[in-house]
Design a protein around this ligand. Sequence first.
Ligand SMILES: [Zn+2]
Length: 444
Amino acid sequence: MMSKDIHLGMDDIDSPRSGCTTHFASLVVEFLTDWGAQWIDYPNLIRLNPNIPFRTRGNGAVALRFRIETDKAPDLLPVLKKMIRNYVELDYPNTNPGIVLVEGAIPVEVQKFSERALWRTISLAITKRSLEKKSIQHICDGNGRGLIGALAAVGNQLPQDHTYEFIAYRPLELLGQPRGVNDYSVAEMNRVMGERLFSSIDLKTERTLIAPHGPDPVLYGIRGENSQDVISAASYIRSDSSIERWMVFRSNQGTGAHLRNVVYIADLRPYMAAIVHGVIEKEPNMIEGGHAIFGISDCSGHIDCAAYEPTGEFRDMVTRLTKGDQVLVHAAVRPASRTHGLTLNVEGIEIIKLVKRIKMTNPLCPNCSKRMKSAGKGKGYKCIKCGFKEPIGTKTEVALERELEERVYLPPPRAQRHLTRPLERMNRRNAGIPEDLADNWHFP
Ligand SMILES: [Zn+2]
């Protein structure tokens, strides 16, 4: 029997009461497995530019990659269309599902589209033009916005650094109820698994980060370095809610994939995810609400940067920056408003070079090493302890402790984006598309 490789991208398949795109994808995986699909990769959970204003709850888009008998391929989209209809509430105006289907190799243009979707905004019109140009089959509902994420997901095969997430789903009839994910079990999992997992707990607040808070079907998600690790880790978790299904995703979460482009200040555009290389020009100033605002400049211009109150200790670190410090600001570009111009929302800072801060102080007494007092204008200094006089003394320079290091600083895990490369992954890269899948990577 002849077979062909299929790549399915899907996005925005959700509604307030029924679910989210990853949950829908788990139903599709179950269906396709029964239908004879041979999986060539884990489902890919692709996080896109997190600054896009219209996205629902920061949901990731999903790509499924598999081999299927050639004569079954034409039935795929009609079947999926029915599945979407059964799944979403189409009277909910914020659901705009989109699915794209690519047969065989992913065109280079689509790969480039995906790279752009990580840090820029892409219009629906441009997306539709790309679909037409490459004759890519697709289905959509609502205003069709889901096609943007669907095409972006299908074109991103995660050929470089990637991570895994084990997502457990609860039965849909329990959606309104508390999840009851046991904090002690999360702490125990974290202790045993160590650096094989990331972003499970915010250590400072001891807050558990694996369970979401909305009414969606996700019970919890465990992020880690490989599929076997996240599957083993899940066996530690206890919860009040039962698990209806679970699945392992391969993902760009925790890889910093949105922050690969260094952009001049003059070239910044609203909603961009960018790294800006600049020098502190305006020292940090705390404004109402506890947000720290500072200004940077480069050869092309200057811009205000904001570190928000919820970033806690990160915001406090920002206030120690001083004029002349050289930094790489990891930023989300916030559009101008009536009260402020284009602003960088700071989601990380790499300090490249700290300037020396100097304080001028009176010299020390050569006899007793005590700091001397001024003996009056133009009269030098005197020691109040031993009476030593220094009639022609001058002030001396003392370097102030900066309390900062030349390294990357990030907000605490509770305030990080899904895509943020956390400190525990700073020097870690998982390379390559896996050749084999774990024996058990989804249930049912
Ligand atoms: Zn003295």
